[in-house]
Ligand binder design. Structure first.
Ligand code: KG4
Ligand code: ZN
Length: 338
């Protein structure tokens, strides 16, 4: 079964061809990072225009690299939300047009479900139940996944997403966009214990996250000690990164213990971070958890993960019709959508 996946929810135009839910025949990602770099974040109108220019060449390239034609496909999976509505509409319109013209089954995918399915693109694949930590630019959340296509939200960020915190801190340090990979690089020369930034705690004990206090602490530090030397900038990056990682690892470990889950899947752009991957691996080994992390290229936005989720939903009999529409704040629901 050959599925074409299409992803345009934010600032990556991506298409991929996946065979039988696991064999990646092609995965093409065109990043718009350079386009948005001057603004320190994604400019929605610019994003949708660039998607329009890029989408057909990217789909064509994905098909070519996979060595297949549209007539060989068995279905199309496209990101329906959450994301920027103008950007989502570009991918959806192309997916619907191709499905209509080539009489192909179509399915709309929740972007967050896609991130979870990135964990199924390599061996070993997690068996159910497992806990999923999603850490991206738009979301930071913990889900309990009891069975295929089932999701229960355990906790989420109360303010900024983890990736958003990386992006904002990079911006206030004048380091550029996207912040995650830049901070990770600069942090290599810094001391993670140099600045004791606060770790958010909730008195109600909820497995939620909060990063705005940390962001404010970094901002106050910069104001008090600026202009910062390169050495101090590296220390800020290392200390900030270590604090984010500590928060994510702690909450995830505790939630897994509480849920009695022995398997943890981590995905989303921030899961590309090496320190986070290593810290989670150490936590998993210490507590006897099994950790599943997609390779970094499949943690950040891509269409392979959308095709993987699409494969599962198409197999489950799900079909979308041409009324399929973008939903900017689409939630990851507990049951398969009819
Ligand atoms: O999943 P993703 O590609 O897009 C969203 O769905 O949001 O995540 C993008 C986010 C950005 O905030 C970016 O700064 C962050 O992931 N990110 C990282 C790293 N690579 C990307 N954060 C920390 N370390 C990284 N290596
Ligand atoms: Zn994403």
């Amino acid at each position: 079964m050959l599925i074409l996946g299409i992803e345009t929810s934010c600032d990556e135009t991506a298409a991929a061809v996946l065979e039988d839910g696991a064999k990646l025949r092609s995965s093409i990602v065109a990043s718009q990072a350079a386009l948005h770099a001057d603004y320190g974040g994604v400019v929605p109108e610019l994003a949708s225009r660039r998607h329009l220019e890029a989408i057909l060449p990217i789909v064509t390239k994905a098909l070519q690299e996979a060595g297949v034609g549209l007539q060989d496909l068995d279905g199309i999976a496209v990101t329906q939300g959450p994301g920027l509505v103008g950007s989502l509409l570009v991918g959806l319109s192309v997916a619907k047009a191709l499905a209509y013209v080539h009489h192909l089954p179509l399915v709309g995918i929740n972007h967050l479900e896609g991130h979870i399915f990135a964990g199924f693109l390599q061996e070993p694949r997690p068996s159910y139940p497992f806990l999923a930590l999603l850490v991206s630019g738009g979301h930071t959340a913990l889900y309990h996944c009891p069975a295929p296509l089932g999701y229960r939200l355990l906790g989420a960020t109360r303010d900024d997403a983890a990736g958003e915190a990386f992006d904002k801190v990079a911006k206030l340090l004048g380091l550029g966009y996207p912040g995650g990979p830049i901070i990770e690089r600069v942090a290599r020369d810094g001391d993670p214990r140099a600045i004791p930034f606060p770790v958010a705690q909730f008195s109600d004990g909820a497995p939620d996250f909060s990063f705005s206090g940390l962001k404010t602490a970094v901002s106050l530090f910069v104001r008090k000690h600026g202009p910062l030397t390169p050495r101090l900038i590296a220390d800020v990056c290392a200390s900030f990164q270590a604090t984010v990682v500590k928060m994510l690892v702690r909450r995830t470990g505790r939630a897994a213990l509480r849920e009695g889950t022995r398997r943890i899947l981590v995905s989303g752009g921030v899961a590309a971070n090496r320190l986070l991957r290593e810290a989670l691996q150490a936590e998993a080994e210490e507590r006897g958890f099994e950790l599943f992390t997609p390779p970094p290229a499949l943690c950040t936005d891509n269409a392979a993960m959308i095709a993987a989720a699409g494969y599962a939903r198409l197999l489950a009999g799900e079909r979308a019709d041409l009324r399929l529409n973008a939903v900017a704040d689409l939630r990851l629901v507990a049951r398969p959508r009819a």
